[in-house]
Design a protein around this ligand. Structure first.
Ligand code: ADP
Ligand code: MG
Length: 399
């Protein structure tokens, strides 16, 4: 994968940079409750500003569906963004035209402006080339630093890259490098841990991974579907019985591709889905008809730790159990700590992503110890499905 980065920008003093960032931070009562995504854009924005560019930030916020909704104005995050960047930011309530041109005229070199929510205009999501041209008229080059939006071919994530010289920002660059190291050209053996609730939401992920990795570790609710497909009685567990054929087809494809699939052979069960209920740790063949499997068992975790010890690369999406409720976080936490320790020792490259996965790894206290943790959600999953994301494709330099 070859793409231009900020290292390829020559002298940008006084040049206008249109920079696509991710401002979709969680908010409560008008305040930002987690500024992780704002901190992620800091390196790119400050680097451009410090090199003297006039930085124009573009982002979407929420789903206004092509109309102006004041409660979805990106100005809602202006204060939090100023605080994170430690700079004053000018807010511009448009993305095209005279208002933007005049604002750019007022900006000094190294100043930063935030343009309005791109999704207030229908041409953003329809990727209207006319809108892209109008936006591009106020920029000299384009930087995409929003990997999390790169699975959408929208005006600000894809269209602009075809009109202006396009560069990957520092966060985008780090994400692409990590993903390339994990599944593009990884060091083998490669293990994938896939968990979470349902097989149906990750069918394409599983189908792609069996052709790519040496070990596929299946945990979480989706392991129940695979166990049931193999004739195991999973009682009242979350299970997609209608996907038995699909699960068996994935197992067959894995065998053909030389990918070893690891299903748990012991599990933690309970009659109730609540914190700290009475539980049993049993072999998968001993689950009672009225029980639910809510975590994989300690023997399985130990065996999986041995698998990871022999691997060089790990890609992880989905918790091993219902980790939000103790003690069903045990397997996820234990396996996460093993992966973190191996990464620290230098024997494993570990990349993880997914909304609940990020929360589970934070809960395990290993966020800083993985090689890379993606907060990209949908884009991360599509990448795990083997798709070329349009926003990334548009940044690539043709060979
Ligand atoms: P991600 O957001 O990281 O892609 P998912 O959304 O696919 O992950 O899955 C996370 C959810 O799966 C969690 O809410 C967790 O409680 C649930 N889950 C995991 N294992 C089980 C299980 N055995 N039974 C029921 N739910 C489970
Ligand atoms: Mg989820």
């Amino acid at each position: 994968m070859v793409f231009r980065t900020l290292d390829d920008l020559g002298d940008i003093e006084g040049k206008r940079a249109l920079v696509r960032v991710d401002l979709n931070v969680p908010m409560a009562e008008g305040r930002v409750t987690d500024d992780t995504r704002l901190r992620a854009l800091l390196p790119t924005v400050l680097e451009l500003a410090d090199k003297g560019a006039k930085v124009l930030l573009l982002a979407h916020f929420g789903r206004p569906k092509g109309a102006k909704h004041s409660e979805m104005s990106v100005s809602m995050v202006l204060d939090a963004l100023e605080k994170v960047l430690g700079r004053e930011i000018m807010f511009v309530p448009e993305i095209t035209g005279e208002v933007v041109a005049q604002s750019v005229g007022i900006l000094g070199n190294g100043d930063i402006a935030l343009l309005e929510n791109t999704r207030f205009w229908p041409g953003e999501e329809s990727n209207d080339p006319e809108l892209a041209k109008a936006v591009a008229a106020n920029g000299d080059f384009y930087v995409n630093d929003a990997f999390s939006a790169a699975h959408r071919a929208h005006m600000s994530t894809e269209g602009l890259a075809h009109i202006l010289p396009a560069f990957a920002g520092r966060s985008m660059e780090a994400e692409l490098k990590a993903l390339e190291a994990a599944l593009g050209t990884p060091e083998h053996p490669v293990a994938a841990v896939v968990g979470g609730a349902k097989v149906s939401s990750k069918l394409d992920v599983l189908t792609h991974l069996v052709t790519k990795v040496d070990h596929l570790i299946i945990g979480g609710g989706m392991a129940n579907t695979f166990l049931a497909a193999r004739g195991v009685d999973v009682g009242k567990s979350l299970c997609e019985h209608d996907l038995a054929d699909t699960a068996n087809a994935i197992l067959e494809a894995a065998e053909k591709a030389g990918c070893t699939v690891h299903l748990p052979y012991d599990v933690v069960t309970s009659l109730e889905f609540r914190a700290n209920p009475p539980v049993r740790t049993v072999n998968v063949h001993e689950v009672a008809a009225d029980e639910m499997i809510l975590d994989i068992g300690p023997a399985a975790v130990e065996a999986l730790a041995d698998v990871l010890k022999n691997c060089r690369t790990l890609v992880w999406n989905g918790p091993m159990g219902a980790f939000e409720i103790p003690p069903f976080d045990s397997a996820t936490v234990a396996l996460a700590r093993t992966a973190a320790a191996l990464t620290k020792e230098g024997s494993l490259i570990s990349v993880a992503g997914g909304g609940d996965t990020v929360a589970a790894l934070a809960h395990a206290g290993v966020t800083g110890d993985f090689t890379f943790i993606s907060t990209a959600g949908g884009a991360f999953l599509e990448w795990m499905e083997g798709k070329l994301l349009p926003g990334v494709e548009a940044l690539q330099i043709p060979k």
